[in-house]
Design a protein around this ligand. Structure first.
Ligand SMILES: Nc1ncnc2c1ncn2[C@@H]1O[C@H](COP(=O)(O)OP(=O)(O)OP(=O)(O)O)[C@@H](O)[C@H]1O
Ligand SMILES: O=c1ccn([C@@H]2O[C@H](COP(=O)(O)O)[C@@H](O)[C@H]2O)c(=O)[nH]1
Length: 240
């Protein structure tokens, strides 16, 4: 059991950009290896980990459909497939780091990975394996933030950790507003009412309904998934 953290089973939401080179797109093997080592360290600290990864290093359906050559639903299908590619890359890096990991996709691809089903996923987690949940919710017009909250609720996680580019939730986007101030803690109601765009409203609303805590922190050193979960790096807690 972790010493400082009040959580044991945590769903880690990684943005797709977390898998890319600092100034690039696609997949960056050294970045993947260091991410896998970070997750391996959380397991040594006693956490049980599920992972959802976004697709922003490859495709976002809303963005590519804006150009007009592809409709939104098809663009979102491409985005969901990007998350499967990212998930398989993380699974590979985790296995190389000595962590048993398996990808389960909401979009059925039986020759490539398991299809997501709740009971087998719970079984894998109970055995201490990392479950990498691919394909978002399996439906267009959603995001992987919403998928993360959905799966965390289904898989009895204690919290979602959104590991991202910034070290918490701010009063405004800190990349745009230098006067934005960071919250240590706020409620789901406050996050929704203040339209704090760190996660989409659907994700916050589902977390509120499921009474699920969301922790937001940075992936950039000296912060890390492990440091956030052990309380050794700053973060914001969104909780009832
Ligand atoms: N109120 C806010 N507090 C903190 N960050 C904010 C806020 N509003 C917007 N942001 C921005 O949100 C970004 C976090 O979103 P991030 O790119 O990690 O997720 P994402 O868009 O879900 O990624 P992906 O699509 O790859 O999963 C931060 O980099 C930050 O600039
Ligand atoms: O449930 C979902 C989740 C995701 N998508 C599509 O995938 C991309 C990538 O996900 P991000 O959360 O933006 O990183 C997203 O833009 C959607 O196009 C989806 O359709 N359904």
């Amino acid at each position: 059991m972790p010493e400082k953290a009040p959580f044991r089973r945590v769903l880690v939401k990684l943005s797709g950009e977390a898998l890319a080179a600092p100034d690039g797109y696609w997949l960056h093997p050294p970045t993947l290896a260091s991410l896998a080592e970070d997750i391996a360290s959380t397991i040594r600290h006693g956490f049980e980990i599920a992972v959802v990864v976004g697709g922003g290093n490859m495709i976002r359906g809303a963005r590519i459909s804006q150009a007009g050559w592809i409709d939104r639903a098809t663009g979102d299908s491409l985005g969901m497939m990007a998350t499967v590619m990212n998930s398989l890359a993380i699974e590979t890096a985790l296995n190389a780091a000595g962590v048993a990991a398996r990808t389960m996709s909401a979009v059925s691809m039986p020759t490539i990975c398991e299809t997501f089903a709740r009971q087998p996923a719970l079984h894998h987690l109970d055995k201490g394996q990392v479950v990498v949940l691919a394909g978002g919710t399996g439906n267009p017009y959603f995001t992987t933030d919403t998928a993360a909250v959905l799966r965390a609720a289904e898989l009895r996680c204690d919290a979602v950790l959104k590991a991202t580019q910034v070290d918490g939730v701010y009063s405004a986007d800190p990349k745009r507003d230098p006067n934005a101030r960071r919250y240590d803690r706020l409620s789901h109601d406050e996050a929704i009412a203040r339209d704090l765009k760190i996660m989409d409203t659907a994700a916050f609303a589902l977390a509120r309904e499921s009474r699920l805590s969301i922790v937001v922190g940075s992936l950039h050193p000296p912060s890390s998934v492990t440091a956030i979960l052990t309380g050794d790096a700053p973060s914001t807690l969104v909780a009832p």
